[in-house]
Structures are given as structure tokens and as C-alpha cells.
Design a protein around this ligand. Structure first.
Ligand code: ADP
Length: 469
């Protein structure tokens, strides 16, 4: 066990707590007990001495005096009586002050003033300790002497010692119990923590299938679930990254092979005619363009993933943005004899978007529509629906099989690889579009029927000026 472990820290905290709380408590209890016993005894002998002093009617009467001596034998108290000169005339059994001896003046003189004398008394012969209360004997209003009732205090101290020992024992027992309990508790607490530490290290070393098995529903359980979730996410991220690099190398290898092959053919004069040579050159140009597009798309994606893409949000008229996007793609559409139609209400409420990025989204979707449509038309619709502006781009192209739809927005996902390649696609367009839409708090989804066409639906929240944002 390490010195800075939770077990040691908690254990020390408990012990400190007991020292700070239990021992002062024990001390106070001890004091209370002592006061209680002492008062009890004091009251008892005070009562007795008062009663005894009043019942003496004649200090010379031997019978009465002897009776007091015998009375003392029946209890565990001692009694002695002194006459008006301080001479002991009765003694129930205190060897240090035998009958006939005179006690010290301060021990009897104050009785003359009808006062009470209370003091601790230790018999010098038996070494026993007593609490003594003396009362004056007044007969016919004259001071005749005093009677002292003494209660042994040794048994009070013995009882107190016993109580103190019991408290001490209970305190020590409680400390042991606390230490045991701390050990048990911290073991329960630290075992899963150590397991999690090990699992986290394993995960850090790349063992991403590591799982922490903690079933408790408390904070520790929740931490374990968070670690498991982290491992799953990292696993997912790593798989993604691996696929991403595999895809990139594949995507780069193909154009590079073409470039290498055709450049060599031209260098070595492996062409039959000038026409063939210019065909080769146009392939080289096409592949170079493809690679440029791929690199640009990758750059855009990586900036987006790092959150480094700047957005200049402004209140824009989506209708104008769509018109501008159509203008820029119309030529390509015309080359394929495809018409682009725009159906929409002008004067729709403004949307807070980045104008250029939004145009890029629409251009991307229009270019796809043109690319995958052989005849027919492309219709762009724009309208308001509740608190959203909706935009659809519908084509009459090849359509996308149902099973491909869930993966369409994934990086490098292409329905027909060869066709996409032939048309210059990189498989990154839609994933860029989706990210751009979501960055701007919009939504995008796709509907498609093979052989009939595809519709991309976009929705952006309307700015409500009444709400004052
Ligand atoms: P690419 O650069 O290959 O076009 P995208 O990410 O833009 O990559 O699109 C992914 C795939 O989705 C395309 O390869 C294509 O198979 C399919 N696709 C996208 N738009 C359409 C569309 N309008 N009609 C039919 N298929 C489409």
C-alpha cells in the first residue's frame, strides 16, 4: 500500500477525527460522572450530619453518643463527635483520631459560628480518603461541639477509574473499528478505481477492446461506463482513420498510375498519331484535375474536422443564393441538355448563414444532380415551413438504391464507383455538404427512387426578429 493512497488518507482522517472528537468527549463524560458522584455523596452526608446534629439533646449522654457509633457501623459512613473544645468523644472507627485526642482548631472552630465544615480527610493510619461534613451541636442555643459524617471517597475514584478505563477501551475499540471499516470501504472504493486505471493505460497503449466491468450505478459505475464509451469511440475513430487513409491512398494511386503510364507513353513516343497523343494528354489533364479536386476536398474536410473553417454569418436571402448557384452550373447542365428550374417564393424571411458556403452547398448538389442525370430536368424548390426555410433539389436521374442511402453522406462512399470516377467524383462531396449544412445548424436528408430520380432536402431555421436575436 502506498503512503499517499486513499486508504491511508482516509484511515488517518478517521483516526484524527476520533482523537479530536472522542477523547475530549471522554474527558467531559469523566468530569460529569465525577461531579455527579461527588454531589450525591455530599448531599447524603450533609443531610445525615444535619439530622444527627439535631437529634443530639445531651452531649454528655453516653448512650446517645454510643448509639451514633453503632449507627455508623450499619452504614459505610464514619462518624466522630467532638466536644466544645475539639476533643474527640465518639469515633466509629478512624484510628488517626482516637477518643480523647483533640483535633486541629481549624477543623472544629468554624462550627461555633453555626457554620458547616466540608473538607477532604485522609486517615493517616488506614490511608483511606473521605469526604467529611461537620455540623455544630447546639443545645439550648449553646455550642456544645460538633458531629462529623464522613463518606469514603476511594470507591468514587475506583468507579471513576473504571468508567475512565471503559471509555478509553471503547475509544481504542472504536479506532480499531474505524480503521477496519476504512480499510474495507477504501478497498471497495479503490479496487474498481485501480481496475479503471489499468484499463485506461491499456486503452492508451492501443488495446481498444478493453472493457471495465463495474456494475454499480453510482459515480464509480458512471466513470467506468464513460471509460468504456471512450474505448468504443476511440476504436471507432481508429477504424475510421484507417479506412480514411486506405481510401486516400487508393484514390491517389489510380490517377497517379494513369499519369505515370500516359506520361511515359508520350515520352517514349508510344502513340500512333498526333490525335492519340492529344488523347493521352487530355487524360493526363483530367487526372491532374481530379487529383487537385481530391486534395482540395481533403483540405476542406480536414479544416472542418479541426473546426478551423471560418464562417461569416449574415442574414441572407436564400433565393438569391440559389439563383447564383444555378447561374454557375447552368452551362454544365446545358451541355447535357438538362434544364434547371427554380420554383420558389421570393421575399422569404432571411436566414442567418454564410452566403458563400451555402452557395457551395447548392452548387455541389446541383453538380451531382447534373452528373447523375442523363435526361430530364432538375428542379430547385424553396419555401417556408413553420420556422424553417426548406430547399429541395430534385432530379430525374439514375436514383440511388435504398440500401445505399444510409451511407451516402459518408466519406468516399460511392454508389457506382466506376461511374463516379468517370464523371470526376471524389466521393467526398456529400460528406462536405453535410458538414457545411450542420455547421450552420441546418439539416439535410435524401429521398431517392432508382430509375426515377433523387431529391435532396435541406432545412435551415428562420431568424425570428421578434425574439430579438
Ligand atoms: P462524388 O464525388 O463521387 O459524386 P459525392 O459524395 O458527391 O461523391 O456523392 C456520393 C455518391 O452518391 C456518388 O458517388 C453517387 O453514387 C451518389 N449520388 C450523389 N448525388 C446523386 C444524385 N443526384 N443522383 C444519383 N446518385 C447520386
Amino acid at each position: 500500500m502506498r503512503w499517499n493512497s486513499i486508504t491511508v488518507k482516509l484511515g488517518l482522517a478517521f483516526i484524527l477525527f476520533f482523537i479530536v472528537v472522542i477523547f475530549p468527549l471522554g474527558f467531559s463524560i469523566n468530569k460529569i460522572f465525577y461531579g455527579f458522584f461527588y454531589n450525591e455523596v455530599e448531599n447524603q452526608i450533609d443531610n445525615l450530619s444535619t439530622r444527627y446534629s439535631r437529634s443530639i439533646t445531651d452531649i454528655e449522654d453516653e448512650q446517645i453518643i454510643n448509639m451514633f457509633e453503632r449507627l455508623a457501623d450499619l452504614t459505610d459512613h464514619e462518624i466522630f463527635i467532638v466536644n466544645k473544645n475539639g476533643m474527640v468523644i465518639a469515633n466509629s472507627g478512624l484510628p488517626s483520631i482516637p477518643k480523647g485526642s483533640v483535633i486541629n482548631t481549624p477543623f472544629w472552630e468554624p462550627l461555633k459560628g453555626t457554620g458547616t465544615i466540608k473538607m477532604e480527610f485522609k486517615d493517616s493510619v488506614t490511608k483511606k480518603r473521605y469526604l467529611s461534613i461537620g455540623k455544630p451541636i447546639i443545645i439550648n442555643e449553646k455550642f456544645q461541639g460538633g458531629i462529623y459524617v464522613l463518606a469514603p471517597t476511594d470507591n468514587i475514584y475506583t468507579s471513576l477509574d473504571r468508567v475512565r478505563n471503559m471509555l478509553l477501551l471503547a475509544g481504542i475499540g472504536a479506532i480499531f473499528l474505524a480503521v477496519g471499516f476504512t480499510f474495507f470501504l477504501t478497498r471497495k472504493l479503490t479496487t474498481p478505481l485501480l481496475e479503471m486505471e489499468k484499463a485506461t493505460r491499456d486503452i492508451a497503449h492501443g488495446h481498444l477492446n478493453t472493457k471495465v466491468i463495474v456494475e454499480s450505478k453510482d459515480e464509480i459505475g458512471s466513470l467506468a461506463r464513460a471509460i468504456n464509451y471512450l474505448a468504443v469511440e476511440l476504436n471507432h475513430y481508429q477504424t475510421n482513420r484507417r479506412e480514411f487513409f486506405a481510401n486516400i491512398s487508393h484514390e491517389l494511386r489510380t490517377p497517379l498510375t494513369y499519369l505515370g503510364g500516359y506520361t511515359k507513353a508520350i515520352q517514349e513516343g508510344l502513340y500512333q498519331s498526333e490525335e492519340e497523343k492529344s488523347q493521352y494528354l487530355s487524360i493526363i489533364e483530367k487526372e491532374t484535375n481530379r487529383m487537385t479536386k481530391l486534395v482540395n476536398d481533403l483540405f476542406e474536410l480536414s479544416k472542418m474536422e479541426e473546426g478551423k473553417l471560418d464562417f461569416h454569418f449574415e442574414d441572407i436571402d436564400l433565393y438569391e443564393v440559389v439563383q447564383s448557384a444555378i447561374l454557375k452550373t447552368e452551362l454544365k447542365a446545358k451541355e447535357k441538355r438538362i434544364e434547371i428550374l427554380l420554383e420558389g417564393e421570393e421575399g422569404l424571411p432571411a436566414v442567418r448563414l454564410d452566403g458563400l458556403r451555402t452557395e457551395q452547398i447548392v452548387i455541389n448538389l446541383l453538380e451531382n444532380a447534373i452528373r447523375y442525370t442523363e435526361y430530364g430536368s432538375i428542379t430547385v424548390r424553396l419555401w417556408r415551413e413553420k420556422q424553417q426555410i426548406k430547399l429541395t433539389i430534385e432530379d430525374t436521374g439514375s436514383g440511388i438504391p435504398k440500401e445505399d442511402l444510409p451511407y451516402l453522406f459518408e466519406r468516399f462512399y460511392r454508389v457506382e464507383k466506376s461511374r463516379s470516377r468517370a464523371t470526376g467524383g471524389t466521393g467526398l462531396g456529400l460528406s462536405i455538404v453535410k458538414s457545411l449544412v450542420e455547421f450552420q445548424k441546418g439539416k439535410i436528408y435524401v429521398k431517392s427512387v432508382v430509375g426515377k430520380g433523387t431529391t435532396f432536402v435541406l432545412a435551415f431555421p428562420v431568424i425570428d426578429f421578434n425574439e430579438g436575436d
